[in-house]
Design a protein around this ligand. Structure first.
Ligand code: CO
Ligand code: CO
Length: 313
């Protein structure tokens, strides 16, 4: 699969493919869909669309048009599907994109998402590799939504905490993406199913660098910490930690619960951006100006060490 027009393909494990059409325009193409993570069908639809668009934003692209991908049981109330699609449509309208069609099949469990086509200027696209020693790592949304939505399914979460997690997941990464494109950054990925460390790992190894995360700087939803301490942790989060742990140099004072939190499987998480340190303040300012108030510096990039990730207090 080698064509000169294919600027980003499957080899780098990037969030989306980038295919050059002319000197000025490249297509950004991606697909994402998943089963319900919250009970409210409208919110589920909105989150699914925010998440599907995120892979285009993570590449520094602008989404343009999309197709619905729907799995829905024939026996289930059609009104629920209507609500899912309404949530998705409203989020698409907020993003300024058009949903121009789609496909539905019968399936035992509902699933929803989009295939998204976006545009980016060739060369201005941001890959998940390219981080350089001396870079600063910025995370634009707090983590812990996987733990909170798991507790939400068992109804063991404070309604306010679930509401806040839903608001965060449904927030578009559009403003964060615009800010990073304006400032110019070295690498970016969005934090989703593999968790913060699971998405940082390919960025570090693919860039031939090591990354240090400062535990105390990582924004974590307070209820997620409490729930994790009670043992409410999704299976995917445990698997993420098992997978990433051999690649992590843990400071001895990082507790098991904290390790799990850093590995928590996110749905529609924030952007993880590697930016040169001299541009870090400008990026933080650009993010604040666009209302991405939860963005924080969570670590930095160093020369490659024995382990690709180090977690310190
Ligand atoms: Co992604
Ligand atoms: Co994705």
């Amino acid at each position: 699969m080698n064509a000169p027009e294919l600027l980003v393909g499957i080899n780098t494990g990037d969030d989306a493919a980038v295919y050059q059409l002319s000197d000025d325009i490249a297509l950004v193409q991606t697909v994402d869909f998943f089963p319900p993570i919250v009970d409210d069908p409208y919110q589920y639809g909105a989150i699914a669309v925010a998440n599907s668009l995120s892979d285009v934003y993570a590449m520094g692209g602008k989404p343009l048009i999309a197709l619905n991908i729907v799995c829905f049981p024939v026996a289930m109330d059609r009104a629920i599907l209507g609500e899912i699609l309404r949530g998705g449509q409203d989020k698409a309208t907020e993003a300024g994109i058009l949903i121009v069609g789609g496909h539905t099949i019968d399936d035992a469990e509902p699933k929803y998402g989009l295939s998204v086509t976006g545009l980016v200027k060739p060369g201005a696209h941001v890959c998940n590799v390219g981080a350089r020693p001396g870079d600063v790592l910025v995370l634009t949304k707090p983590i812990g939504t996987g733990i909170i939505t798991t507790a939400g399914k068992a109804a063991t979460v404070r309604p306010k905490a679930l509401e806040e997690a839903i608001r965060i997941m449904a927030t578009l990464n559009a403003a964060a993406s615009e800010a990073m494109v304006e400032v110019g950054v070295n690498a970016c990925t969005d934090v989703t199913g593999f968790g913060l460390l699971g998405h940082l790992l390919p960025m570090a190894t693919g860039s031939n660098v090591s990354a240090t995360i400062h535990m105390s700087s990582v924004p974590i939803l307070p209820d997620a910490i409490a729930l994790a301490e009670e043992g409410v942790v999704p299976g995917g989060t445990h698997r993420n930690l098992e997978d990433v742990s051999p690649s992590v140099d843990w400071a001895t004072d990082i507790a098991e619960v904290e390790r799990l939190l850093l590995s928590d499987a996110q749905t529609s998480g924030g952007l993880l951006i590697s930016v040169s340190s001299d541009k870090a303040a400008t990026l933080m300012e650009a993010l604040q100006q666009r209302g991405v108030e939860s963005a924080v510096i969570v670590g930095e990039v160093t020369e490659a060490a024995e382990k690709p990730i180090r977690v310190t207090r």
